[in-house]
Every structure is written in C-alpha cells, then in structure tokens.
Design a protein around this ligand. Structure first.
Ligand code: GDP
Ligand code: IMO
Ligand code: MG
Length: 436
C-alpha cells in the first residue's frame, strides 16, 4: 500500500478513528503527526467503543507499529493512562514509539489554557482545556520541554527551573493561580518517564529507514482542515498543522514519500467550540428556530454528535461543498472517505451548500475574510432523501438506494474528488469500499 496521509476535511470528528482503524492493517506504521489529547478518536473493539486521544488508532493491529511523531504534544500522564486502558482491554502497546522531539504538556499549560479562555469571555475559542495552545506557544517560543528532556532528570530539572521562573509570576500575578515548584512537578512527571522510556525512539530515522526498506506509512491526522493554525478559521482553530503538509514536518519524513492523501468527510458537518459555521442549523438553545432548529437537533441525535473528549454537544449543519473544495486544494486530496451517511436516512430531503452569498456577492471559493465567513449565507441545492431506508447493512455500492448513490455522485461532481470509501455505520465492517 502506498504511504498515505489521512486528514479531517472539515472541523474534526469526521470519523478519522474508524477509517484509520479500518485501513491500518494495510500499513506497517501508523503515525500521529500533530495535536495531542484534544483529539478524540473512536474505534470499535469487539462489542466496545474505545476512545483514543493520543495513541494512533493503528494500535489495534499488532502488526502495525504505532508512532507518536515529533509534531505531537504529549501529556505523559494521559498517555500512561491510555496505555493502561488499552492493555486492560487486551490491546498491546509494546510496539509504541514516541519521538524524543515531541513536546511535553506541562501542568502550567493546562492551567493557562483554562485561564486564557476565561479571560476571552464571549470571544472564547471553546478549547478542550488540555493545554494544547500554551504547549505549542512554548514550542514556538523555544522554551518548551521535550520528551528527551523528560528522560534526563538533570536536564529536566534545569529546564523546568528556568521556565518556572517565567511561568510562575504569570500564573500567580496575572491569573491568581497556583505557582509550581520544581520538586512538585518532578514528583508527578518523573515516574511517567520511567514508564515511557522504553518507547522513546529516533522516530524520524525509524520511519525513513522503514520507507527505504519498502515499508508503508499511514499518517493519522487529528482535528481537521478548518482547525489548522494556518488554513483554518483563525483564531477559532487549534494550534497545530492538521493539514496534509503537517505530516511531513510532524514526522521528519519528506513530502515525496507521500503517495496518497485521503480526506475524511462526514455526509454533513459538525463543529465543537466557537467560530463561524455557515451551514450551521442552530439548536433552539442557541437561538435557532423552525425547521432549521429541528433539522439540527435531528442530525445531533441521529448522529450521536457529542464530543468524545469533552462530552459537549456538537454544532451540526448541512454538507458544505465550499469547504470540501477548499480542503481538496489545501491538502491535495486524492480521494475521500464519506462517513455517517446512514445518519441522513432520518431526512425527507437533504440540503447541500454549493456556494455562499454575502453582501450581494457569490463565493464559490472559501473566503479569505473572516467577516465574510461570519455573515455568509449558504446557497443550497436540495436533493431527494431515502427516508427510513436502513442502509447500515449495505456492503456493496449497488446495494445502496438510488437516491443515496445520486447524493454521493453529486458530492463527487461538485467537490471534484472521488469518494473511495463510504461508511454506513460505526463498525469496521459497516463500510463500502469503492476503489480503495
Ligand atoms: P474522529 O475524531 O474524526 O476520529 O471522529 P470521532 O470518533 O470523534 O466521531 C465520530 C463518531 O462517529 C464516533 O462515535 C464513531 O463511532 C461514529 N462513526 C464513524 N463512522 C460512522 C458512520 O459511518 N455511521 C455512524 N452512524 N457513526 C459513525
Ligand atoms: P478530533 O481529532 C473537534 C477544537 C476545540 C476548539 C478548538 C481549539 O477528535 O477530530 P484546542 O483544545 O485544540 O486548543 O481547541 O479546536 N478541537 C476539536 N474539535 N475535534 C477535535 O479533534 C478537536 N480538537 C480540538 O473544540 O474549538
Ligand atoms: Mg473526535
């Protein structure tokens, strides 16, 4: 199998975990390249749903080596707990490799994430409060602490001492929060180092050697295109490069090694947290009314749209082809996996946003100006649905109702990208392979 980047093509939660788990057995390595435990990827293990936050979803297969690349930010306490959870479910983590260059989420990062959100008031981003933004800030500000530093007690203490001299006054004087001593952080973090030590590796070299030996890599993206720090709806984004380009910087593997870029798209769209969302069907509690509020509620309930990481109700809306075309360009998508198509069986007719309108101007391409995006009115095409037909048992494309196939083919036509995987339920086998 050629090396592949798998990316979210919307605002996250597109079903990346399911698709990674589905195709991981075709690859020798499954690598996370950005983000941290803000991600919540659901995989099905036997009868159980497992939520993975840091571990690459490929961990479910013993033959695929799961790798946490240099671009990831690692909360070591969370990772240790996740490994224990997986082991207790009979999933071995013995092959896990962690880059020594990955940055460590420290206790003050989590405190500052929460405090910063409070400060923003009504303009808050709605972060997961896992310390992601503050950790990447320190990385870019060149005062981060890396996994390799955590592995060396002397260096860890030295770096921590220097960084606390700067963090503690901010925590105490600006936010009225607890200031940390080197000792108390060491007490919590050094035991993690003992557990993780045997997994730390030169992952860049490991992956490049593997490619030379003819092995294949699946790069598992977290979050999604519109949460990307550069290409997303800034500042309502996460702090990492979630687009396909991030796979290269976040692992140390050159872009020429990437043969295929699979975008994951839901058959509708969701978003967690603040920021613009043109096709949003506002819930009644957020001021929505009439048919739109009812449709939004139906998408949320039929799709079980509640966050894996935070449990928050996800904002829901119709499929947005403007976003899909943008994601195709920004990531260089070669094909798409369309997920949660079964959820649309709840509707008589289905809307698809083909362009936006703002101040009398039509936008077929994703607008650069955030103010346009905030005020954009979707221009919809309304397609016939396949109401109440249960498609979760379909395994071949020809078994789908005609209206469902027309919906898929319409999306392919207006987004310009072939849909090679169609997902009709959360289980691994509830999938139609279509030229994958
Ligand atoms: P991720 O963050 O992109 O990995 O996605 P999440 O795991 O946060 O959210 C996707 C949710 O949809 C999970 O609960 C999955 O089990 C579920 N799911 C994935 N694919 C399908 C599908 O085709 N149909 C249905 N009904 N659920 C799906
Ligand atoms: P997966 O990988 C959906 C959102 C948060 C918030 C913004 C910034 O499961 O698709 P952060 O904590 O990253 O600083 O929050 O990004 N966000 C996600 N939304 N799915 C995710 O991950 C997300 N990770 C972060 O809700 O709006
Ligand atoms: Mg998720």
């Amino acid at each position: 199998m050629p090396s592949t980047v798998l990316v979210g093509a919307q605002w996250g939660d597109e079903g990346k975990g399911k698709i990674t788990d589905l195709i991981a057995s075709d690859y020798d390595y499954v690598v996370r390249f950005q983000g941290g435990n803000n991600a919540g990827h659901t995989v099905i293990h036997g009868e159980k749903k497992l939520a993975l936050h840091l571990m690459p979803s490929g961990v479910m297969y013993e033959d695929a080596v799961p790798v946490i690349g240099n671009g990831v930010v690692v909360d070591p306490g969370v990772l240790v707990k996740e490994m224990a959870m997986l082991e207790s479910e009979g999933v071995s983590c013995k092959n896990l490799r962690i880059s020594g260059d990955a940055h460590v989420i420290m206790p003050y990062h989590k405190d500052l994430d929460g405090a910063d959100e409070k400060r923003l008031g009504s303009q808050q981003i709605g972060t997961t409060k896992r310390g992601i933004g503050p950790c990447y800030q320190d990385k870019m500000g060149r005062k981060g602490i890396r996994i390799q530093d955590l592995m060396d007690e002397k260096i860890f203490r030295l770096k921590l001492d220097a960084v606390l001299a700067q963090k503690n006054p901010v925590l105490e004087k600006i936010y009225g929060l607890h200031a940390y001593s080197v000792e108390e952080v060491c007490e919590e973090y050094l035991p993690y180092a003992q557990i993780l030590r045997k997994h730390v590796a030169e992952t860049g070299q490991l992956l490049n050697d593997a490619l030379r030996d003819g092995s294949s890599i699946l790069f598992e993206g977290a979050q999604g295109t519109l949460l990307d720090i550069d290409h997303g709806t800034y500042p309502y984004v996460t702090s990492s490069s979630c687009c396909a380009g991030g796979a290269s910087t976040g692992t140390g593997v050159g872009p020429k090694a990437i043969d295929r870029v699979l975008g994951i798209q839901k058959a509708y769209i969701t978003r967690v947290g603040g920021g613009p969302f043109p096709t949003e069907l506002k819930f009644a509690e957020d001021g929505g009314v009439g048919q739109d509020a009812a449709d939004g509620e139906l998408l949320c309930q039929a799709g079980h749209e509640f966050g894996v990481t935070t449990g928050r109700k996800r904002r829901c809306g119709w499929f947005d082809a403007v976003i899909a075309r943008y994601a195709a360009d920004v990531n260089g998508l070669t094909d798409v996996a369309l997920t949660k198509l079964d959820v649309l069986s709840a509707f008589d007719t289905i809307k698809v946003c083909v362009a936006y309108e703002c101040d009398g101007k039509r936008y077929d391409y994703f607008p650069m100006q955030q103010s346009v995006l905030f005020h954009a009115k979707p221009i919809y095409e309304e397609l016939p649905g396949w109401k109440d037909v249960d498609i979760t048992g379909c395994r071949d494309y020809t078994e789908l109702p005609e209206a469902t196939r027309s919906y898929i083919e319409y999306l392919e036509k207006i987004t310009g990208v072939p849909m090679s995987i169609i997902s009709v339920g959360p289980d691994r086998d509830q999938t139609i392979m279509r030229g994958w």
